[in-house]
Design a protein around this ligand. Structure first.
Ligand code: SF4
Ligand code: SF4
Length: 352
């Protein structure tokens, strides 16, 4: 019955854990550690998701956390592959041991994203504390060898580089690194959720005097990537106050949180603002422009209680998506007044 009126989604993103072995300096997992709720998605709940995978070709096992820490991770990949789905996940790369890599290849995992924040160990390891670039590179080089031995083209390796003011100068070297580790795609992202106010100046869109430098460098990388057959994409580098979309794919994808909540993006995942009253009695906050704002969670329903089709078609959820639809003509002021504040005050709504 869930197929009747069901959406066709580009992907369904599933948060399989909120545990992490890293302590990246910008991540809510680190900055909000005193109130963070560590959870693994139980395999029983994952089984309940299977009927909803009918909506999509790609299941992406990712949220706030390191997916490989969930002991059922391989089983989750296996379940998805048995449903004929493509499967991807993003990792900090520290747990990619020989056995793990062998298993992932044997499971025919399709996509493996690797998070980076520098092309030298000194920079990457300073920002992505608890991880080690040299170790990650050696894991990926071994992955290349094993793929060659097994005559496997998958998993495709994608590099996800967080651009910061203090690591941008190294980004020009991303393509040689991508070639070294066999990556076919590089995506550059921005610091769009600033939970540590000290890092406000690290977001390159706040470094407005150098926007042209950032743009020119990114365009140069784009041209070089094209000539080397590497897909390259980036957002920003500046903000656009007239942009009325959302950089997340809210119309054709959704996120299912570790507790089964269906949300449009990870930035409003309720896990971020649980334990609101811990320690100082204040809610967790993020910085947007010159404001410190409480992080608010959002959920359109829980898959434990309702089908994904039912949740997707709810008036509240379809109305929410319409706010980001350029074809539904409305005045910007009207959109602003109807849109949740967490979206009005979100850098991804300004093109970052
Ligand atoms: S590895 Fe990912 S989830 Fe873990 S601390 Fe770093 S950014 Fe956060
Ligand atoms: S505008 Fe921001 S908070 Fe709203 S859905 Fe998009 S990414 Fe999420």
């Amino acid at each position: 019955m869930d197929k009747i009126g069901s959406p066709t989604l580009d992907w369904v993103q599933v948060e399989v854990t909120t545990y992490c072995n890293g302590s990246c300096i910008y991540c809510p997992h680190t900055v909000l550690r005193n109130r963070w709720v560590n959870r693994h998605m139980p395999i029983e709940l994952f089984h309940e998701l299977v009927p909803f995978f009918w909506h999509t070709d790609l299941v992406y096992l990712q949220g706030w956390g390191e997916p490989l820490l969930n002991n059922d991770f391989f089983e989750m990949v296996r379940i998805c592959k048995n449903q004929g789905k493509r499967v991807g996940f993003t990792t900090n790369g520290m747990l990619l041991t020989e056995d793990t890599v062998q298993t992932l290849i044997d499971l025919e995992l399709d996509i493996m994203g690797i998070s980076l924040a520098g092309t030298t160990a000194g920079t990457h390891n300073r920002i992505r504390k608890g991880t080690d670039l040299n170790k990650i590179i050696s894991h990926l080089e071994r992955l290349c060898e094993i793929k060659a031995e097994k005559k496997s083209r998958e998993p495709a390796v994608h590099l996800a580089y967080l651009m910061l003011k203090s690591n941008f100068h190294e980004f020009k070297d991303i393509l040689p690194l991508a070639k070294k580790v066999g990556a076919k795609q590089v995506v550059a992202s921005n610091l769009t959720m600033i939970v540590d106010p000290e890092l406000f100046a690290e977001a390159i869109f706040n470094d407005t005097e150098r926007t042209d430098y950032y743009r020119n460098t990114l365009e140069d990388i784009r041209h070089r990537a094209a000539s080397e057959g590497i897909i390259f994409d980036y957002h920003g580098p500046g903000l656009d106050d007239t942009f009325f979309g959302c950089r997340e794919n809210v119309h054709h994808a959704c996120v299912i949180s570790v507790e089964g909540e269906v949300v449009p993006c990870v930035l409003v995942n309720p896990v971020l603002c649980q334990n609101r009253e811990i320690n100082d009695g204040k809610p967790p906050c993020y910085t947007f422009k010159d404001q410190s704002l409480p992080i608010t969670g959002m959920s359109f329903g829980n898959v434990r209680n309702e089908s994904l089709t039912r949740i997707w078609n709810k008036k509240e959820y379809s109305g929410f998506r319409d706010l980001f639809d350029p074809e539904k003509t409305r005045r910007p002021e009207q959109i602003q007044s109807e849109m949740p504040q967490c979206c009005v005050k979100c850098y991804k709504k300004l093109g970052a």
